[in-house]
Design a protein around this ligand. Structure first.
Ligand code: ADP
Ligand code: MG
Length: 694
């Protein structure tokens, strides 16, 4: 149950007085429906209005607050000319300039003969001091309405900064202080304000330094969010480890048979990773391990050998993929080796239906299937294993903690869980997102891979690129053409892809195929199969080919509006080519006009193919805020953390979380009680439920 002190934090924005319906909807869209969403919407800038010169001293270009007496109004002589108001103090004159202004409104705001405080940017124009559209014009007795330090928030259309500031102020005034959940020593040492004080300091700053990530209030809030996450992860980890005491030790005969059939030797990194996994299987603790390895680094064979070891020990294995295409591909790549070694493999997806499905479920329940490959259909209620011992989850980040728990529920006694991800993540973030897991990295690529020739080309050369593809295709090449992300709307993504498909078809004839996320399974399979077999040579797609798809003959990757993609995603897309023996290329089509950061990011793509390096650079270039296109990748979102600046806090939070779980695993102490508030506040309360369930 959510602690009572948090009720106000979770209260609906609707409960704020003086916010109309339209503004409420805009606030909801921008930040979220609850007060805490508003409070966690932190300012990203600050306008300092404390500079209060006399008119004659006011530096041109500065933001100043002036105390003036209004002298006279000069209404606009024509529609296009501005309305001017003259004002002065004892040192000189200033002209206030308004375009498209309503005369009656201005008369009311600036009555002749009255004193007003005006704040805005000072300009010098033809030897005159002027201010165009002052940000504030208030009477001296309303000085409170003029924020001397004005915070600036990220805004969205239809919402003014003024409304947002007001809503946040009111929200701040109505929420209670919460119990301190951090270790007192840390709070004292770093001079952190309390949680509520920190929020107030950030939203109502008394100095410009609070904008710096190093400010104690900012660090404290980041530490709060990080500790909530790390604590939830530590609880899951503790829970998993406690539950189990099973040793999976095989005699190696299946692994040996598989190795006999492999046409290559494992790389050093593959061997080391496999060794770490086997050690986990053989120990009496539950495995919770993540294998990180770039696209094409050879994770599948490692997974296969790990499953063979588990089958040797007499248990069943599940291999989960995020999509049906990937599940089938896994099945295709492991089946020959698995069957050569005598293991029984089957596929279960959402499309396995009717009699075939019930027969398969019976076989799984009877223990007649050793390896069940599939999508999340595997973790549906009625799938029963005879004895599930090892679950491998490909593209781990797409499966949340919830799914991980559902899977764990399928096992009679705990389960060894192995995640695999090709989404390269900087080391600091690995801790943040997978803090509950041990990590093995495969950085070394299998021998013989050729570098992909990557070019960044402006979109106004699209016709040349298309013509080039036409020539390459006529010479027998196969190409992917990925269409841009449009504001996270699938509908628009689809429209863009269909348009490109039509225009390429016109240019290249019937050898063009289209695949997108809205297609049904069989339809998708047909298109993919045609491309795989070479019946089509250009595959236009939305980002559905993102993960895993393996067509070694494809050597060209075109990505339209590459600047809109996260680097991690570009990297994964590029990984689709360069898999065969022929030389491959990747063309990043960018908008004609792009900013400096976008330019730098695309340059990183051009300069390196090391996914981990790309991830680190992406983090560095983008700094805080959204990481690695979290929205698309399915990684958890962080609102208060600046990952470039708060890296040291991540490790602190992780260590603290592990210590807490060791000392007070049920969060029963006073601090534990406070920590429950933290978990609920940041909605990491799966952990609390888990503690209660067992
Ligand atoms: P990913 O890590 O993206 O899942 P895969 O497991 O699909 O990578 O492997 C990519 C390709 O590399 C496959 O065709 C696989 O057969 C091949 N491969 C894997 N390991 C090696 C190796 N040690 N030497 C040569 N080729 C390998
Ligand atoms: Mg793979």
């Amino acid at each position: 149950m959510r602690p009572e002190a948090l009720f106000r934090y979770f209260a609906d924005i609707e409960s704020l007085p003086g916010i109309g319906k339209r503004n409420r909807q805009a606030l909801e869209k921008l930040a979220g429906p609850r007060l805490m969403d508003l409070l966690f919407h932190l300012p990203t800038g600050l306008i300092d209005r404390r500079y209060r010169p006399k008119i004659s001293e006011a530096a041109p270009g500065s933001i100043a607050t002036l105390e003036v007496t209004v002298t006279d109004h000069r209404p606009a002589p024509s529609k296009r000319a501005p309305y001017r108001v003259h004002a002065r103090d004892e040192t000189g004159e200033i002209t206030l300039v308004f375009f498209h202004a309503r005369a009656d409104w201005l008369q009311k705001q600036l009555p002749e003969g009255e004193v007003r405080l005006i704040s805005g940017k000072v300009e010098h124009y033809q030897n005159q001091v002027q201010m165009t559209h002052p940000d504030y014009m208030v009477a001296p007795d309303a000085v409170d309405e003029l924020p001397l330090l004005e915070v600036v928030y990220p805004l969205s259309a239809g919402l003014s900064g003024k409304i947002l500031r007001k809503a946040i102020s009111v929200a701040l005034a109505t929420v209670p202080e919460l119990p301190e959940w951090h270790d007192r020593g840390v709070v004292d040492r770093d001079d952190w304000p309390s949680f509520l004080e920190a929020l107030k300091a950030v939203h109502h700053p008394d100095g410009a330094d609070v904008m710096a990530p190093a400010h104690p209030a900012r660090r404290r809030l980041a530490a709060d969010e990080l500790l909530a996450t790390q604590l939830a992860l530590a609880i899951v980890r503790d829970h998993t480890r406690r539950k189990r005491g099973r040793i999976l030790k095989g005699d190696g005969h299946l692994r040996a048979k598989i190795r006999e059939h492999l046409p290559y030797q494992l790389t050093g990194d593959q061997e080391r990773t496999l060794h770490e996994i086997i050690a986990d299987l053989e120990s009496d603790k539950a495995m919770l391990r993540l294998v990180q390895g770039d696209v094409g680094s050879g994770k599948t064979v490692v997974a296969l050998l790990a499953m063979a070891a588990a089958v040797e020990a007499g248990v069943q294995c599940a291999l989960l993929s995020p999509t049906e295409i990937l599940a089938k591909q896994h099945l295709a790549s492991i089946t020959p080796f698995a069957e050569a070694a005598g293991m029984r493999v089957a596929l279960l997806t959402g499309r396995t239906k009717g009699k075939a499905r019930s027969a398969l479920l019976e076989a799984v329940a009877a223990g007649e299937i050793d390896i069940l490959v599939g999508t999340h259909a595997i973790i549906q209620g009625d799938v029963e294993f005879k004895d599930l011992g090892l679950a491998i989850i490909d593209e781990q980040h797409r499966f949340g903690v919830q799914q991980r728990l559902a899977l764990a529920g399928k096992a009679k006694v705990g389960i060894d869980a192995l995640g695999m991800t090709a989404t390269p993540i900087p080391r600091t973030l690995t801790l943040t997102i997978y803090g509950d897991m041990d990590v093995s990295q495969i950085r070394e690529k299998p021998p013989g891979r050729k570098p992909v020739d990557t070019r960044v080309v402006a979109l106004d050369r699209l016709a040349d690129v298309a013509a080039g593809i036409g020539r390459a295709v006529n010479a027998g090449a196969r190409a992917y053409w990925v269409c841009p992300l449009v504001e996270e709307s699938e509908q628009l993504d689809l429209a863009a892809a269909e348009e490109r498909y039509a225009s390429l078809k016109q240019l290249l004839g019937p050898k063009v195929g289209l695949v997108h996320g809205k297609m049904k399974g069989p339809e998708k399979d047909t298109v993919m199969a045609a491309f795989q077999k070479g019946e089509t040579s250009v595959l236009v797609s939305t980002t559905v080919i993102e993960v895993g798809v393996d067509v070694p003959e494809a050597t060209i990757m075109v990505i339209e509006h590459a600047e809109r993609f996260g680097l991690a995603q570009l990297h994964q897309l590029r990984g689709r080519v360069g898999r065969g023996s022929d030389k491959s290329s990747c063309i990043l089509l960018r908008a004609n006009e792009i900013g400096e950061v976008a330019r730098a990011r695309l340059k990183v793509m051009r300069d390196t193919e090391d996914g981990f390096l790309i991830a680190e650079e992406d983090l560095r270039l983008r700094g805080g805020g959204e990481i690695l296109g979290t929205k698309q990748s399915g990684l958890p979102e962080f609102k208060l953390v600046d990952f470039a600046e708060h890296a040291d806090l991540i490790e602190l939070a992780r260590d603290d979380a592990r210590l807490i779980v060791m000392r007070d695993p049920k969060l029963e102490s006073d601090r534990g009680e406070a920590l429950r508030h933290l978990l609920y506040l940041f909605e990491r309360d799966e952990g609390v439920r888990l503690m209660q369930s067992g």
